[in-house]
Ligand binder design. Sequence first.
Ligand SMILES: *Cc1c(COP(=O)(O)O)cnc(C)c1O
Length: 401
Amino acid sequence: MTGPAGSDGPSIRTEAVIDLDAVRSNVAVLLQAARRSNPTAALMAVVKADGYGHGAVPIARVARQAGAVALGLATPQEAVHLVAAGLDATADRPVVAWLWVPDEDIRPAVAGGVQLVVSSVAQLAAVRAVAFLAPDGRADIHLKIDTGLGRGGATAAEFDHLVAAAIDADSQVQVVGVMSHLACADEPGDKSVPQQIAAFRAACAHLQRVGVSVRWRHLANTPGTLEWPAAVFDLVRCGIGLYGVTPFDQPHPLAAELRPAMTLRARVALTKRVAAGSGVSYGLTYRTEGPATLALVPIGYADGIPRAAGIGAQIWLRGKRRTIAGRIAMDQFVVDCGDDEVLVGDEVLVFGPGDSGEPTAVDWAAQCSTIGYEIVTRIGPRVPRRYVGSSAAGPDHEGSR
Ligand SMILES: *Cc1c(COP(=O)(O)O)cnc(C)c1O
């Protein structure tokens, strides 16, 4: 059987099919949203955590082809991995990493032209010490201010001091960006967002006052880009939107234009006919109502299927949604197919875009009180990724040179 993900061979047991055309189209949606308020806004494709489970390198390549100028990562190591794969890290095409500790080895990142985000004077000192390794002997950095999230970034009180220290270090570092991160952008109408925008504007004004002109001012993530035009500055940092998963828990007109990129599929490994009242899986928390055909699906919580989804989690098999019977195990789960005919090798769609009725990552998230981000990001390394779409085999991949 062939699902919406395209053709497949009989040897597939599980796979995550990644639709690069969906990513391409999502880049266009995000850029268009950003450019409602700033016609020259640029897009940073956030590909941390292995591209939210989709594969950082192929996503970075297709996002760049589709018009994302910058790439964003959490750790310097993630950034180095992209540069090593051939993605440009230059002033015009920056690769930025924002989460690191001052005693981390940042030399490969600085030497590779990665732009590190600096939240403290200690981090500034760490960059200064290795700045000579940078491609032109001077490290490009972004300063981060905490405008209200209470996570990374200098507080408003520390920020002016950090700026002064960066100016002092002028011969070793160049401030090319300033950033902050929103706490509640996914909540339309939230009052903290305008406050964060105002605090960010104040920080930008301070930089200008002291003569630091930065090329990249950036605040908005995906929900900021889609919902808060005033949060769009020179650059927007979009992750989840690239992958076509909505960041909102209510329907949103722009998020509705995004297309989920990942389809998680598996094949039935075994079927069996059992009597009424048969117990299924650990704890025997499930018993068949009548005589039933059980289908064994070879993917489990080690692969990222949340065990917490518990009773009621659904997959798509043989033309309908069916509920998982009993507990999800490490490597497998079971589906009660009643009297329906189900064969070994049948395709199971765990989640996908929803085109043929299969659940989406957001449906799974609702089922286990989490967010779509966590569902796609958790899909583990045992599940092979397969890339489809016209972008998958193009000759002009950045990085394939
Ligand atoms: C992960 C992250 C993003 C991307 O957020 P999305 O909601 O996935 O678009 C942007 N900025 C920072 C600082 C992040 O950590």
